[in-house]
Structures are given as structure tokens and as C-alpha cells.
Design a protein around this ligand. Structure first.
Ligand code: ADP
Ligand code: ADP
Ligand code: ZN
Ligand code: ZN
Length: 841
């Protein structure tokens, strides 16, 4: 082991007494300051509850006490932690990985603050056309009125609705929904009925209608209000009006264009935006060529480029460009003599830029462009961007709390991460890191190992001290991997049952790439961060395969991604073979299984349907004619009406975020008293939802169907979860394993393509071993599994490897090596090979 004692004695300790957040067992603990402290333990053991839920939450609470109640509302406030006392706690900054929080308008340039510097550079040291006055820095931002292109309002793209975009199939009649852009369901029928009253022919194919009628229906600004007689023909309507028959109601017409544009700019729903977007045509703004700025702003140049061009350089090229300005070697000739002060400004700003870029390049992010929007970044990339920004912030005396900074990093990139952490520490800060990666754990000054297991079976501190001491802790799963270097048993690669072939894939940094994935095998796709793994697997393969299967990609997948930056999809590529063996596509990701407390593991897996059936079959339930629906907390009959089955009610507080309190009627049970009178083997439905999977496994031993679901949940390591634990409280790793369990219980079809992108994120090496076993069972049943992965334990256990690279961004995007793990481990150009080889010895 490579542990070196810290270069200095610890300068002080922070002390925790009586921590009880979530599953923590009233723990006491001492942790050094000004050190790299790594929190380890199996997934669900309580690491985050300690590092984020207790230490960070308490630091934030103390800070917020000092700010005005109004300002407090602006924070994403954590709840007050369950802890008796914490002393010696410095102010904390959390660099947590969160999906979808960044706003659409934020970009790599804005989160790193590099854009501010570049705008300043253009404003103060740019080359202006003769006679043009100098512009303020904000004139170089598309998000200000002073900078935004007047044609596209700073979006870079313009959107139009046309007959073709709103009526994709003109052989349909209006009744057959020719105007696809119109709303579905009732409102759509309403518009159709209004057209009938108005005398338009809704049963003639769209293309046979007169142009005048088509234009009016799509583009009119008029909004006539007419009587509506649902189900009547136009003749019948006329007769009804003559005879003074009262209409069902009066309906207001709205042209399709008006409907699309109005709702597009007013809806809050990402799914609605996504739906409407299909009916719009978008094109690069011709005025600014997609650069989003006014002409005057774009006329200012630096190093011969306008600010839009410079924002499209990968960061490593930007750094090369700025270097000569920073060190003063750039020759700017005559100008230099004319405006020496401007040259000085240029040098100062360029030097600052180069310094900031250096950290970003070290962290392996040199392939990103300033203008790249943050919602398209992976959570790991975003966290490293924020980390790099902190390294240059010159703060000291704070504690940075990070979760899994190694997520998304190839082992070759981990060194750079450690050096960035080292810099923050050297500047006088403390680092609290939740991490599973053994390389990072080995570099800790201090380890806090939480366990021994997950949930109720975890929450104890097994060890807190310098890493070598962990070796003596028999109960620690971390110790087994950190010291014994458990090498997995050799794996005999399977023979492919055929090939899923992709040809001419063009997307992001992939250009005309051909790739083949073996069917009936476990394939891992490897390569350094930014090499193109996700572009190939999670973007192109998923889109092509789902289109092939006629599946619609869910809007949920794109949630939070507004329209403004959705770059034109340069989708090139076809599936040229193998799809005949695939009937289903399943993406097993770490996204929540539901966004409200109304979903939980029992509802998601279908287990709850069986349980409710059991309750409906009891004697009392039958006597009272209670059906299975009665036992759902989402249905009016059986649930508590005070809280509508939520179990808690929201209390609005003036000036403070709303808080949730247990429901005063059912006290959290979610059901009404009558429903709770029904018991099955002595327990009511609320008590069953309170059970852990392990307890329920004993309790339902007599019911094969329920037992089957519970068995797989235990096999994926979720025995500790409560059946009714709300989806909102589950970690990404837990959500992913619930999805896997749901698949494993319907196993045996053999015709499914499973795709996973970095499934080991948040998983302890012992959990990773379990994951491999489960993926293996999916393959054993004849399915095909494709995994994007950095964890060599998984790669070594796969049947086939596709290594992408050799570098990141435009320096990557090629298949460097492909074959069995043993073959790829010997490939000379592959950066993965040496790391993989270690796991095959
Ligand atoms: P780790 O970080 O070690 O993976 P966590 O601290 O996230 O573990 O979780 C520890 C336990 O607390 C788990 O059983 C988890 O389900 C539970 N838990 C996590 N978040 C919440 C929450 N918001 N409310 C209740 N329980 C939670
Ligand atoms: P990996 O999965 O290997 O880390 P990615 O496929 O995410 O790599 O990225 C490959 C290249 O494509 C990088 O240069 C990255 O910045 C770019 N890229 C990835 N996704 C997007 C996107 N949604 N928009 C623009 N560029 C992207
Ligand atoms: Zn424009
Ligand atoms: Zn209630």
C-alpha cells in the first residue's frame, strides 16, 4: 500500500457527538481539519448521511442563521441534522453531484467564470474597427439586452412553425389528427368540433383541402367563439342552430401556430416543451450565425477572432492561444506602441485565464468548449468544473465536501484529480470526500469507514484514523479490498450469438465510426473521459435501437434540458444487422424511480399489486367488499383524505421554506381508519409498507409470487430498504438496483438489450461484485448487456471490450482496441490496457 504519512501534524480536530441522521446510530467521531478525509463503506451504509446530511448541513445551518430570512429562501436548504453537538466545524462548501439543477442558460464558460474574463478581455483589450467606441463587458454577453442579437434574442437559433412541421402527414384527415401539433384528448376534439360548426371538411385528407382553408386553420390570429354540438355533422349543426337547440357549450378556436407558440413560451413543463418542439422547425440565426450576439459586439476581435469563435474552441486550444499573451511574447506590433496600457490589460487577463485553464486541463476537461451548456454535461464533469473553479478561488479555512469526484474518470485521469485536491488542501482547506475508488482512498490522510452494511444494518463507525489502521478491522468490507487486493476469479469469455452492427456513426466527436457489439454477451465500452463512450452508447445506440423498435424516447430523459441550447443533432449512422434478435431495449440508469413520495420500491417493482391482492382476499375485506384498489394510497376509497395518502402535510412558513409535518389524522399511515382495520397475518397495510425487504421476506414466506420479487431484491443487496420508503429518499445506486431487480424478476425472455452508463457510480467494490453477478444472470438468460464503464473489475469480468480513444474530444472518437479483455489488455495504443492487465493477472 502506498500510504504516506501527512507532511504535517493535523492542525486541529472537529468533534461530532450523537449523530443520528437517517440510519446513523448515535455516533461520536473525531476528524482532523486541513486534511484529506475519505468516507468509505458499502452503498447505503450512511456515508452521505454523515458527510452531507450531518457535517455539511450543520455548517450550512450555522451560516444561514447569519443571513436575512429573505436571503435564506434563495438557498437550497438542507434539513436541520439530527445531531447533539459538533465543535470545531469550519464553514463548508458542498460540491455535490446533482443532476438537472443547473439552469439551461449556464454554460462551461459561466460556471467556471471564464466567460467573465473573456468578456473583459474583449471589452478592454479587443481590436475595434476604426471609429467604433469601446463596449462594456456586458455587451459581449448574449444574456443581456446590451449584447443579445436582436433577431434571435440571444438564443442563436430561430424557431418557426410551418405547414410541414405542424402537419407531418398530409394524407390524414383532420378527424384523423392531421394537425399533429394540436393538443391530444379533449381539447383536440374540441378544436375539431369547432371546425365542424364553422363548416370545414374534417373528413377530407388534408392535402385535398383548399389552400385558403389550410392557411386559416393553421395560421389565423382570429379566435372565433362558436356553439359546439359534439358528434354532429355540419348539416346537423346548422339544423340545430335553426331549431334553437342549445349547444353543449361554446368553444373558442385557436389556430395551430398560435397554439404552439403560445404554449411553447408559457408552459413550465419540460415534457410539453419537448412535445411542441417537434412541431417547430429550427435554424441557425442568419443574423448572428448562431453566435447569439449583436453585430457591433461581433466586430470586436482578439487574436483575429470574434468572441463567438473563441467560445467554440476546446479549452486546451484556448490555453495555447492565450499563452503568448500571458507571457508577453505575442507580437502585436504597431498597436503595442499605440496602446501600451491595453497590452498590459491583455497580459493580466490572459495570465489569469491561462492559470484557470491549467487546472481544468489537468482535470482532463480540455476537450470542453466554453459555450457547451451545462445540462449536456455529466454530473461528474460538472463537479470537476466546479472543483477547478474552487482551486483558483483563493479561499482558505473552509471544508469542501465532495461525493465521488472520481465518477466518470478513467483510472488514467485520477492522478490529476488527486493533485487538484492536494492543491486545495495545501491552500489551508479541509476536504471531506465520499469515495469508492481505491486509488483515492489510498491517498487519504484519514479514513472514516461506515458500516458494516447498508440501511438499518449500517450507520456505525467501524474505523476513524489513518488508513493503515483499517487493516485490523475485521468487519470492514473496505479493508478487504484495500489491503487484500481481491482479484476476481478468471472469467471465460462467452462466444457471441451474433453481432449488433452500427455503421457510419456521426455524433459529437464520432465521425463515420463503425462498431459491432456481440449479442448474448456482456460488453464493456471503455476509454478516458470525453473519448466518446456515451456519445456512442447512451446517445446514438439508444436512439437508433429505440427507433428500430418503434419505441418513443421518453421526455423524462431530457428533463431540465430546455430548448435554447439543444444543438442540432447531427445524427448519422444506421444499424446494419442484429436487430432481428432484439425485441426490447431497457436502459438501467441511476435516475429516480419516481419524482414524488407516491412511488416507492413496492409500487415500482409491481410487488405492491400482489400485496394489495392479498389484503383484498382476506375474509373481512371480502365481507366489506373492499377490492385491491382500496389498499392503494393513491386511490380515494382507502386513503386518508386529510393528506390524500401522502402521510404528511405541507406547512407554509412565512419567509422560510415550507416544511412537511406528519398528517394530523393518520399520523403518517397514509390510509383511513376503516382500511387499517383489515389485517393480513396480523399486520395492516401500513405496517406492511413499514417492513424492510428482509422482514417482508419472512412474513410472506407462504406466497410464491411476492416471495419471488423479494428474493431478487435481496439478491441485489436491497434487503435493508423499507417497502414504502419514498422514491425521493433513495440514492441513485438504490434506484438503479431496484430497476435491475425489476428486470431480473421477469428474466427468461432472452431478447432484451440492456444499456447501462457507469453503473458502478456510488458502489463500493463489494457492491460492484454483486452488480457483475446480476449482469451475468441477464446475459446467462440470453440477453445482451452493454455497459459504459471505468471500473476495471467490471471490464475484466466482461466478454468483450470496445476501447475508445485515444484521447478526449476531437483527439478521441476512434475505436483503439476491441476484443476479449485479454486481447485489449495487450493492445499497445490503448490507455485502458495497463489498468485492465492488472485485473487479469
Ligand atoms: P451512503 O452514502 O453510504 O450510500 P446514505 O447516507 O445515502 O448512504 O444512506 C444511508 C441510509 O439512509 C440508507 O438506508 C438510505 O436509504 C437512508 N436515507 C438516505 N436518504 C434518506 C432520506 N432523505 N430520508 C430517509 N432515509 C434516507
Ligand atoms: P465519454 O462518454 O467517453 O466521457 P462523451 O461521449 O460524453 O465522452 O463525449 C465525447 C465528446 O463529445 C466530448 O468532446 C464531449 O464534449 C462531446 N459531447 C458529448 N455530449 C455532448 C452534447 N450533448 N453536446 C455537445 N457535445 C457533446
Ligand atoms: Zn441571432
Ligand atoms: Zn393522513
Amino acid at each position: 500500500n502506498t500510504w504516506k504519512p501527512p507532511h504535517k501534524e493535523f492542525s486541529g480536530f472537529l468533534r461530532v457527538r450523537g449523530a443520528r441522521e437517517h440510519n446513523l446510530k448515535n455516533i461520536d467521531l473525531e476528524i482532523p481539519r486541513d486534511a484529506l478525509v475519505v468516507f468509505t463503506g458499502v452503498s447505503g451504509s450512511g456515508k452521505s448521511s454523515l458527510a452531507f446530511g450531518t457535517l455539511y448541513a450543520e455548517a450550512q445551518r450555522r451560516y444561514l442563521e447569519s443571513v436575512s430570512p429573505y436571503a435564506r429562501r434563495l438557498f437550497h436548504q438542507m434539513s436541520v441534522p439530527e445531531v447533539d453537538e459538533i465543535t470545531g466545524l469550519p464553514p463548508a462548501v458542498a460540491l455535490q453531484q446533482q443532476r438537472g439543477l443547473a439552469t439551461t442558460r449556464s454554460s462551461v464558460g459561466s460556471v467556471t467564470t471564464l466567460s467573465n474574463l473573456i468578456r473583459m478581455l474583449y471589452s478592454r483589450a479587443g481590436d475595434y474597427p476604426a471609429g467604433q467606441p469601446h463596449l462594456e463587458a456586458e455587451a459581449f454577453s448574449p444574456n443581456t439586452p446590451a449584447g443579445a442579437c436582436p433577431s434571435c434574442h440571444g438564443l442563436g437559433r430561430i424557431y418557426e412553425v410551418t405547414e410541414r412541421s405542424m402537419v407531418p402527414d398530409d394524407s390524414l384527415t383532420i378527424r384523423e389528427r392531421a394537425v399533429a401539433a394540436w393538443p391530444v384528448a379533449w381539447h383536440g376534439q374540441n378544436l375539431r368540433d369547432i371546425l365542424i360548426t364553422l363548416g370545414y371538411d374534417v373528413d377530407r385528407p388534408w392535402r385535398d383541402l383548399p389552400k385558403k382553408d389550410r392557411d386559416w386553420i393553421l395560421f389565423t390570429e382570429e379566435q372565433p367563439v362558436v356553439p359546439v354540438y359534439p358528434g354532429f355533422s355540419h348539416e346537423e349543426v346548422k339544423r340545430a342552430i335553426r331549431q334553437n337547440v342549445a349547444p353543449a357549450y361554446k368553444g373558442t378556436f385557436s389556430g395551430a401556430k398560435k397554439y404552439v407558440l403560445h404554449n411553447f413560451s408559457n408552459t413550465e413543463s419540460a415534457a410539453m416543451k419537448k412535445r411542441l418542439q417537434q412541431f417547430m422547425e429550427s435554424a441557425e440565426c442568419p443574423l448572428c450565425q448562431g453566435k447569439r450576439l449583436r453585430r457591433e459586439s461581433l466586430s470586436v476581435k482578439f487574436a483575429g477572432m470574434d468572441i463567438g469563435e473563441i467560445s467554440r474552441l476546446p479549452l486546451h486550444k484556448l490555453s495555447v492561444l492565450m499563452q503568448p499573451f500571458a507571457d508577453g511574447t505575442a507580437l502585436r506590433g504597431k498597436r503595442q506602441q499605440a496602446h501600451p496600457e491595453r497590452e498590459l490589460v491583455a497580459q493580466r487577463i490572459a495570465a489569469d485565464l491561462v492559470g484557470r485553464l491549467e487546472v481544468l486541463l489537468e482535470l482532463g476537461l480540455g476537450y470542453l468548449l466554453l459555450e457547451r451548456s451545462t445540462p449536456t454535461l455529466s454530473p461528474g464533469e460538472l463537479q470537476r468544473l466546479r472543483l477547478a473553479t474552487q482551486v483558483r478561488s483563493n479561499l482558505f479555512g473552509v471544508v469542501y465536501v465532495l461525493d465521488e469526484p472520481s465518477a466518470g474518470l478513467h483510472p488514467a485521469d485520477t492522478e490529476a484529480l488527486l493533485s487538484a485536491l492536494e492543491k486545495l488542501k495545501a491552500a489551508g482547506n479541509s476536504l471531506f470526500v465520499v469515495e469508492h475508488d481505491l486509488d483515492v482512498i489510498q491517498h487519504a490522510d484519514w479514513l472514516v469507514d461506515v458500516g458494516p452494511d447498508a440501511g438499518e444494518y449500517g450507520g456505525h463507525i467501524l474505523y476513524s484514523g489513518p488508513p493503515p489502521g483499517l487493516a485490523a478491522i475485521a468487519d470492514s468490507k473496505t479493508a478487504q479490498y484495500l489491503f487484500a487486493t481481491k482479484v476476481p476469479p478468471p472469467h471465460q469469455p462467452r462466444t457471441p450469438a451474433g453481432w449488433l452492427e452500427l455503421t457510419g456513426v456521426t455524433r459529437n466527436n464520432l465521425h463515420q465510426l463503425d462498431a459491432a457489439f456481440p449479442l448474448g454477451c456482456l460488453t464493456t465500452v471503455t476509454g478516458i473521459s470525453g473519448s466518446g463512450k456515451s456519445s456512442l452508447v447512451s446517445q446514438v445506440l439508444i436512439e437508433l435501437a429505440s427507433t428500430h423498435l418503434g419505441m418513443e424516447l421518453t421526455a423524462e430523459a431530457e428533463e431540465g434540458e430546455g430548448l435554447e441550447h439543444t444543438a442540432p443533432v447531427t445524427l448519422g449512422g444506421r444499424i446494419t444487422g442484429g436487430m432481428e434478435h432484439i425485441k426490447r431495449l431497457v436502459q438501467v440508469d441511476q435516475k429516480p424511480i419516481g419524482r414524488t413520495p407516491r412511488s416507492n420500491l413496492a409500487t415500482y417493482t409491481g410487488l405492491f399489486d400482489q400485496v394489495r391482492k392479498r389484503f383484498a382476499e382476506t375474509k373481512t375485506a371480502k365481507a366489506r367488499r373492499y377490492d385491491a384498489g382500496r389498499f392503494s394510497f393513491n386511490v380515494a376509497k382507502g386513503r386518508c383524505e386529510t393528506c390524500q395518502g401522502e402521510g404528511f402535510v405541507m406547512v407554509e412558513l412565512l419567509f422560510l421554506p415550507s416544511v412537511y409535518a406528519p398528517c394530523p389524522t393518520c399520523h403518517g399511515a397514509r390510509y383511513n381508519a376503516k382500511t387499517l382495520e383489515i389485517t393480513c397475518n396480523g399486520k395492516n397495510i401500513a405496517e406492511v409498507l413499514e417492513m424492510t425487504v428482509d422482514t417482508a421476506y419472512e412474513f410472506f414466506a407462504d406466497d410464491p409470487k411476492i416471495h419471488r420479487s423479494l428474493t431478487v431484491l435481496r439478491e441485489v443487496g436491497l434487503g435493508y430498504l423499507r417497502l414504502g420508503q419514498p422514491a425521493t429518499q433513495l440514492s441513485g445506486g438504490e434506484a438503479q438496483r431496484i430497476k435491475l431487480a425489476t428486470e431480473l424478476q421477469r428474466i427468461g425472455r432472452g431478447d432484451t438489450l440492456y444499456i447501462l452508463d457507469e453503473p458502478t457510480t456510488g458502489l463500493h467494490p463489494s457492491d460492484t461484485e454483486k452488480l457483475v453477478t446480476q449482469l451475468d444472470s441477464l446475459v446467462e438468460a440470453g440477453n445482451t448487456v452493454i455497459v459504459v464503464e471505468h471500473e476495471m473489475r467490471v471490464v475484466a469480468a466482461s466478454d468483450w471490450v470496445i476501447d475508445i480513444g485515444p484521447g478526449a474530444g476531437e483527439a478521441g472518437g476512434k475505436i483503439v482496441a476491441t476484443g476479449t479483455p485479454a486481447t485489449v489488455a495487450k493492445a499497445t495504443r490503448s490507455r485502458t490496457a495497463p489498468y485492465l492487465a492488472k485485473f487479469l493477472e
